[in-house]
Ligand binder design. Structure first.
Ligand SMILES: C[S@@+](CC[C@H](N)C(=O)[O-])C[C@H]1O[C@@H](n2cnc3c(N)ncnc32)[C@H](O)[C@@H]1O
Length: 301
């Protein structure tokens, strides 16, 4: 598909189909993505701001590390679903001698200025990859699960495997959008549980939102070896007694409140018979619960 990027933007024009915007209840969405139910989440400034805040949460969780496996001196990196470009830009700055190729279905959220060694392309991860086999040293895939078709996971993992050089690494990070609490206070009547249950069900025909719990076995099935996975709580507020986790929760609180709105606005109001008023009542309730330290809410990460 078409290419944009600091050095290529003048020579390649993006297909206007990917730029077309549709407004839905006051937010801007990519028409193409909504039409094909690829990733119906806003592509406006509020979402760009949220993704940048969310990136800071991940920076804190991962102690500033962009890459966990022992990748030394990478020459070529692929970032799947670059969003606001926060990770890809940091990777380009940290590895100035590497070429970073970043793909996303939506070109709307990345900043105009990006490092010269970063190329951003419009592409649908649900389509077989166009890259040459064994092209990359490292593939990064973070928070794209709601945009991956139910039947695409096997192919997606295999494509990631295929484009990696021998000895290359894939790093995946996904949220399982099933809000949990370990102290028994969060019931199915709470707004946060209703949000989770509804969100996990609303795309059941199209997407596998439980895939984040099976990344290890899916990677192994695709041929990856030395696979390590870790499930950790992503606190939605500063409930933890542990100072580091409390900081993460405090940092994540505003992101979590905006996330539940952005991810659910289109599917809840378009795919379910939920009025806008009912939607906002649910979101308001869930948001007030995000402020409740006693509930100790978290997303499994
Ligand atoms: C939650 S954002 C994450 C952005 C970035 N990876 C990060 O962690 O900051 C998800 C991004 O993946 C993109 N995406 C989702 N499904 C996609 C697909 N099928 N093909 C390409 N991009 C996709 C979305 O457009 C969005 O920009």
């Amino acid at each position: 598909m078409s290419t944009s990027g600091s050095s290529l933007s003048e020579t390649c024009s993006l297909d206007s189909a990917y730029w077309r915007i549709v407004r839905h209840h006051g937010r801007e969405f990519q028409d193409y993505s909504v039409e094909k139910i690829i990733y119906p989440v806003p592509v406006d400034e509020d979402e760009q701001d949220r993704l940048n805040r969310q990136h800071l949460v991940f920076r804190k969780i991962f102690d500033g590390r962009l890459i966990f496996p022992p990748v030394e001196d990478p020459k070529k990196i692929l970032d799947c679903g670059y969003g606001s470009g926060a990770w890809a830009i940091e990777a380009a700055e940290k590895y100035p001698d590497a070429e970073i190729i970043a793909v996303d279905i939506s070109p709307h959220l990345k900043p105009e200025e990006t490092p010269n060694n970063l190329w951003c392309q419009v592409d649908d991860l649900n389509e077989p990859f166009n890259f040459k086999p064994e092209e990359f040293d490292f593939v990064h895939s973070r928070l794209v699960a709601p945009g991956i078709g139910k039947s695409r996971w096997t192919g997606y993992m295999k494509d990631c495997f295929k484009v990696l050089k021998a000895g290359g690494w894939l790093q995946m990070v996904e949220i399982y959008f099933n809000v949990q609490s370990d102290n028994g206070t969060l019931t199915e009547e709470h707004g946060l549980r209703r949000w989770s249950k509804t969100f996990l069900e609303v795309y059941e025909d199209k997407k596998d939102l439980r895939a984040p719990t099976r990344l290890q076995s899916m990677m192994e099935a695709a041929g990856f070896v030395e696979v390590q996975s870790r499930m950790m709580p992503l606190p939605l507020n500063g409930w933890s007694r542990d100072e580091r986790d409390r900081d993460i929760g405090n940092l994540n609180c505003s992101n979590a409140k905006d996330l539940i709105n952005a991810m659910a606005l289109w599917p809840f109001t378009e795919r379910l018979e939920m009025s806008l008023e009912q939607f906002y009542v649910l979101i308001a309730r869930a948001r007030s619960e995000i402020d409740d330290l006693n509930l100790r809410p978290y997303f499994p990460l």
